[in-house]
Design a protein around this ligand. Structure first.
Ligand SMILES: [Cu+2]
Length: 510
């Protein structure tokens, strides 16, 4: 029997979000159990041997979440969240985006190795009514990634309204592994979010605003309140995604039912990890295999976050499944560091004081450079004090990195795969090995979304050695503010965006 890990790994429990003054505990909402709204796969508009084409529209809508009045929400091709994008490795993907929202938005492909213009950060807005297409070759390992809006400094507000969906990458290795693969039956994404409902069942982002991250007491899983899932196969693969603005999810099942983590953010883990607890920080993903074999039809198992049940599993008749995972799930790229320069990244402050290396994000400033082909260490520090600090989930666009060490010690057992986001403990320095495959300007930031909007973000120019002087068009605050003022029919000085408070309080310009 492999070792069973029974803790959340994070070093100091005092740093969990639940010890923060602004913490909002989860509560089971007062609604009848709802069938889990597993997002359907989005059908390509066209698929050839080499190419896949999709059309995605971001649109406002209304969603029946609580009894009574529907909630005003935003989504992709639907009123809330979006259908799952399934990309096949090796194909060229063409994504046509139409923005039917009353505000500008972007389409960030979180976890994808794509050029800066395709990445969907703040420099590539879609203005209301606009349609544009991006294309890229999908050439990265099987994994669960996601897409979400990223128009700084309004990312948090747009994700809160519902602009997020899962991306699944398939490859030949994944096809061969003895894993549950029936999407929607035993291969199920669980997008973990939380919301607060106000009068008339509405969300009010600005009323709930907290510069350390907006939270709500109501768990919302795949856009479902109080969800249940019918288990009809002995083993189920859950693709867990922390899609919350702020919340960490400390997950465990009834009876401390063990499970196997097989994948992290950007790939399978080299070896399966047996565990009965799992913590995800914002934007992290984990694929786990749960074996319900010891239960009988009629049994009920629950998934908890801390003490609150968030999904109910109803056991039905199932055929025995004796499939065994191999010890090695994937062979991952592990290039040698070939440049001695070490990037030093310090995530500092809390509330409005957040920054990186003492500076708040500026869309026009390049903070770092790296050339394609160079493999470099990045030392990422969380300078909050230990014991009463916050865990900052550090995310890099445009790459999948390896975690080398945490304060000189080995990474946690479940972070040996490719990663794009990781929780950094207060006082800790994590060493990453980073390389890029695509050129462009990419952001790196804390993925507590209010922290990134508030300026705990910086950007890197990734240089293509074949075209080292390429100029990139970068967004600026005046253009952004003027456009938003025009959309709303107000003066630029009247424009209000979530992250602006942090800059204003610090007397800084964006
Ligand atoms: Cu943070």
């Amino acid at each position: 029997m492999s070792k069973l890990y029974t803790d959340y790994f994070f070093t100091d429990k005092k740093d969990y979000d639940k010890n923060d003054g602004g913490y909002v505990p989860l509560q089971v909402p007062d609604v009848k159990p709802q069938k889990l709204r597993i997002p359907e796969p989005l059908k390509p508009t066209k698929e050839t041997k080499t190419d896949m084409y999709y059309h995605i529209t971001s649109e406002p809508g209304e969603t029946q979440l609580l009894p009574g009045v529907k909630t005003k929400t935003w989504g992709y091709n639907q009123s809330l969240l979006g259908k799952t994008l399934i990309f096949k490795r090796g194909k060229t993907i063409h994504l046509t985006f139409t923005n039917k929202l009353p505000v500008l938005t972007t389409y960030h492909l979180h976890g994808l190795n794509v050029p800066g213009e395709v990445d969907g950060g703040c420099h590539t807005p879609w203005y209301p009514g606009e349609t544009k297409t991006v294309s890229f070759k999908c050439n990265q390992p099987a994994s669960t990634c996601w897409m979400h809006a990223h128009p700084c400094p309004s990312t948090a507000q747009q994700v809160w309204k519902g602009l997020a969906c899962a991306i699944v990458i398939l490859d030949k290795n994944a096809e061969k592994l003895p894993l549950p693969k029936k999407y929607g039956v035993n291969d199920v994404p669980l997008i973990l979010q939380d919301r607060k409902f106000h009068k008339d069942n509405q969300w009010h982002y600005m009323k709930d605003y907290n510069p350390d991250g907006v939270q709500g007491p109501t768990p919302m899983i795949d856009g479902t309140l109080n969800p249940y899932f019918d288990v009809t196969t002995q083993k189920v693969r859950f693709r867990l995604l922390d899609g919350a603005n702020r919340r960490e999810w400390r997950l465990h099942f009834s009876d401390d039912l063990p499970f196997i983590q097989v994948a992290g953010d950007g790939s399978f883990l080299p070896h399966p990890v047996h565990m009965n607890k799992l913590m995800l920080t914002c934007a992290e993903r984990a694929e786990i295999i749960v074996d319900f074999g010891k239960y009988k039809p009629g049994d009920v198992i629950k998934l908890y976050c801390d003490k609150t049940p968030i999904v109910t599993f109803r056991i039905h008749k199932m055929t025995p499944d004796n499939s065994k995972l191999p010890d090695t799930l994937v062979k991952l790229p592990d290039p040698k560091v070939n440049n001695p320069y070490v990037h030093k990244i310090v995530m500092g402050g809390t509330d409005e004081m957040v920054d990186i290396n003492g500076k708040k994000f500026n869309m026009q400033r390049i903070d770092s450079k790296q050339t394609i082909g160079q493999v470099e260490y990045w030392d990422v520090t969380n300078s909050n004090s230990c014991g009463h600090g916050m865990i900052h989930p550090y995310h890099m666009h445009g790459c999948q990195f390896r975690i080398i060490s945490r304060d000189g010690h080995a990474p946690y057992p479940n972070e040996h795969g490719l990663k794009d986001t990781l929780g950094v403990n207060p006082g800790e320095t994590v060493r990453l090995k980073v390389w890029f495959n695509c050129p462009g300007v990419f952001m790196y930031h804390c993925h507590i979304i209010e922290h990134e909007d508030g300026g705990m973000m910086a950007q890197i120019k990734v240089i293509d050695p074949k075209n080292p002087n390429k100029k990139y068009h970068l967004m600026d605050m005046k253009t952004l503010t003027d456009h938003i003022a025009k959309e709303k029919g107000i003066k630029p000085s009247q424009v209000e965006m979530g992250g602006m408070h942090s800059y204003r309080k610090m007397g800084m310009k964006m």
